[in-house]
Design a protein around this ligand. Sequence first.
Ligand code: MN
Length: 239
Amino acid sequence: MANLDALIDDLVTANRILAHEGVVDSFGHVSVRHPDKPDHYLLSRARAPDCIEPDDIITFTLDGTAVDAGDRKPYIERHIHGAIYEARPDVHSVVHNHSPSVIPFSVTDVKLRPLLHMCANIGHEAPVWDSRDKFGDTDLLVSSMEMGRDLAKALGNRRTGLMRGHGAVVAAPDLRLCIYSSVYLEMNAKLQMQAMAMGKVKYLSPGEVDAVIGRTGPYSVNRAWENWCRRAGRPFIPQ
Ligand code: MN
């Protein structure tokens, strides 16, 4: 139980960090797979990430059914999380956001690719999922497991995927790495647009991307996490 309480606290911190680092605004969310019950995940009730408290966290089964919601209203797009956990046993944390610099790459033919060493964790290239291909004209919200599964299929085994005219998903083996990848996804997108405006871009090579991913661990993630906790006014607990 202490373990679960600590994880819920980390999830609250994760929400606050995403808000303070400009990855989410009033919308967007982050979840973790339940540490003892892998067919469940933890996600806040529908609330802006910077406002989230431990009491907002609800437990869901992978099909999006709330186990302990009471009168708390869940996010409509919770199916993004369940569908990715269902498809990816390696994934223990999922972020969905409308990260502003990422959006242009979801509506053009330009591929989002890492060009800064800190951003290699976004993966080699982000695929774009277009809800319209299979579901036609919708409000673009991933409001069913059918849509969530289609998105998870497009994501495949990758760390990041874009959603046309909507946002992005980030799927990682743990919560802090998921936040780390989400922050640097936004940064890479912004830098890529700036670099493209100047001329031909020299991206990281596939070997460089693999080398950075292989080296990323507590040394890098703890250093960033401490800084982000300070900025978000949250206590830092090293991992
Ligand atoms: Mn959304």
